[in-house]
Design a protein around this ligand. Sequence first.
Ligand SMILES: *[C@@H]1O[C@H](CO)[C@@H](O)[C@H](O)[C@H]1NC(C)=O
Ligand SMILES: *[C@@H]1O[C@H](CO)[C@@H](O)[C@H](O)[C@H]1NC(C)=O
Ligand SMILES: *[C@@H]1O[C@H](CO)[C@@H](O)[C@H](O)[C@H]1NC(C)=O
Ligand SMILES: *[C@@H]1O[C@H](CO)[C@@H](O)[C@H](O)[C@H]1NC(C)=O
Ligand SMILES: *[C@@H]1O[C@H](CO)[C@@H](O)[C@H](O)[C@H]1NC(C)=O
Ligand SMILES: *[C@@H]1O[C@H](CO)[C@@H](O)[C@H](O)[C@H]1NC(C)=O
Ligand SMILES: *[C@@H]1O[C@H](CO)[C@@H](O)[C@H](O)[C@H]1NC(C)=O
Ligand SMILES: *[C@@H]1O[C@H](CO)[C@@H](O)[C@H](O)[C@H]1NC(C)=O
Ligand SMILES: *[C@@H]1O[C@H](CO)[C@@H](O)[C@H](O)[C@H]1NC(C)=O
Ligand SMILES: *[C@@H]1O[C@H](CO)[C@@H](O)[C@H](O)[C@H]1NC(C)=O
Length: 382
Amino acid sequence: MKTAHLFLAYLFLLTMCPCVCPSRAATSEAEALMRWKSSLSSSASLESWSVNNISNHCRWIGIRCNDEGSVSGISLPGSGLAGTLDLFHFTALLNLTTFNLSGNYLNGSVPAALGNLTSLTLLDLSNNPFSSAIPPEIGRLTELRYLSFSENQMVGEIPYQIGNLRKVRFLDLGSNYFKSPDWSRFPTFPFLTHLNLYYNELTSEIPHFITTCLNLTFLDLSLNNFTGQIPESLFTNLVKLEYLDLSSNAFQGPLSPNITSLTKLKDLRLGNNFFSGNIPQELGLCNKLTDLDLSQNSLSGPWPPSLSNLGNLSYLGLYDNEFSGELPSEIGLLTNLEHLNSFSGSIPPEIGNLQNMRWLYLSTNNFSGKIPQVVNRLSGNM
Ligand SMILES: *[C@@H]1O[C@H](CO)[C@@H](O)[C@H](O)[C@H]1NC(C)=O
Ligand SMILES: *[C@@H]1O[C@H](CO)[C@@H](O)[C@H](O)[C@H]1NC(C)=O
Ligand SMILES: *[C@@H]1O[C@H](CO)[C@@H](O)[C@H](O)[C@H]1NC(C)=O
Ligand SMILES: *[C@@H]1O[C@H](CO)[C@@H](O)[C@H](O)[C@H]1NC(C)=O
Ligand SMILES: *[C@@H]1O[C@H](CO)[C@@H](O)[C@H](O)[C@H]1NC(C)=O
Ligand SMILES: *[C@@H]1O[C@H](CO)[C@@H](O)[C@H](O)[C@H]1NC(C)=O
Ligand SMILES: *[C@@H]1O[C@H](CO)[C@@H](O)[C@H](O)[C@H]1NC(C)=O
Ligand SMILES: *[C@@H]1O[C@H](CO)[C@@H](O)[C@H](O)[C@H]1NC(C)=O
Ligand SMILES: *[C@@H]1O[C@H](CO)[C@@H](O)[C@H](O)[C@H]1NC(C)=O
Ligand SMILES: *[C@@H]1O[C@H](CO)[C@@H](O)[C@H](O)[C@H]1NC(C)=O
């Protein structure tokens, strides 16, 4: 009897005040989330996601709702989730704008149905063991500003449909097994500031589109198999660059004096390539540089005196090149230098000015002369 009355009272409430009770759409969102949870082999962190708590789903851990009570954000980084996205019901969660599953144990494929989430502005699936290709449907997510698939085991060509993401500011596809697509199908990304493609299986010369992304401040192409010379337009166009890492590729050719256009550069890493010729004198004008790595190339000639202008330098890597002459006494002007990987020649006594020196690496070189007394003082750190 009592139960029947309660049931009738519940029905009454349902019909009389639909605003208090969860809407059908909200219920199906909650059910969709529950269904995904039950597909996961590890989801201990999702305790609040409970069938007893369907009406409360906007307060479930990791869930954010819009003013109408519809799920607009899922943020579950580093939550120990194991399983796949195969049973994630994308079409029930079309109001999602942010989706962060970084640092879990999610594997299998990144489903094509992800392309239904056309309101997404942020998608972070980094640091998981996803192993599929990027679905071409990614190109439907035209509101994206932040996209990261970094540190997965994803394969295949980078789909040219990524070129539809004209609003993207941050794009990180690093540390996967991606292969080069037809780069000529990539347009410019006017807002892109951060582009990271490091540690993939990318070949070809530097893709042209990169040199047209005029807002870039961070560019990392390291640990791939890029070839050819650095196009002059990279230096003359990307004048906002602060971080440029081209190390461990198969780049060649001389270093252009046009590098002086990159006046904002703080970190320049060109190590482990086939660069040749002299270090351009003009590099001395990039005086914001704190890190400069030119090691493991075929650079030759003397140390340009202008490099002593790089007063902010704390890391300098020059080893494994074909430099001639000795390390000049001007090295003593680099008073912020903490780490030096140097080249052959005798060590000038001025190195004793380098009070901040913590790490001096000379082993792959062919030094002549005596090691100055001052270096012995540093030897605890060598
Ligand atoms: C998305 O949110 C709107 C209100 O902002 C709501 O009317 C609609 O039902 C929601 N869509 C879904 C799929 O829940
Ligand atoms: C329902 O969710 C809220 C908010 O996360 C939580 O405080 C509460 O303990 C949950 N209730 C149940 C029965 O799981
Ligand atoms: C996702 O969460 C991780 C961990 O809190 C955070 O480091 C990362 O910046 C987040 N992603 C975005 C795009 O905010
Ligand atoms: C995902 O990981 C689980 C647990 O390690 C494993 O059993 C399963 O085969 C993996 N699935 C895929 C598609 O890699
Ligand atoms: C969702 O994505 C799938 C796969 O791309 C597609 O077949 C389906 O039509 C999409 N549904 C909606 C509602 O957009
Ligand atoms: C750079 O980005 C800003 C917004 O952050 C935008 O207003 C500007 O047009 C962009 N510049 C170029 C050259 O695309
Ligand atoms: C890198 O590219 C060069 C020139 O195209 C090729 O000879 C070499 O095998 C490639 N190396 C790898 C690891 O793919
Ligand atoms: C420097 O860049 C300009 C403009 O792109 C180009 O005309 C010139 O040849 C470049 N200098 C060198 C030494 O390549
Ligand atoms: C160090 O960098 C700052 C800007 O970051 C610059 O103003 C200053 O002139 C540089 N110092 C030297 C010695 O070049
Ligand atoms: C080391 O330098 C001396 C001259 O200082 C030169 O004769 C010798 O060939 C060099 N050895 C190597 C391995 O480069």
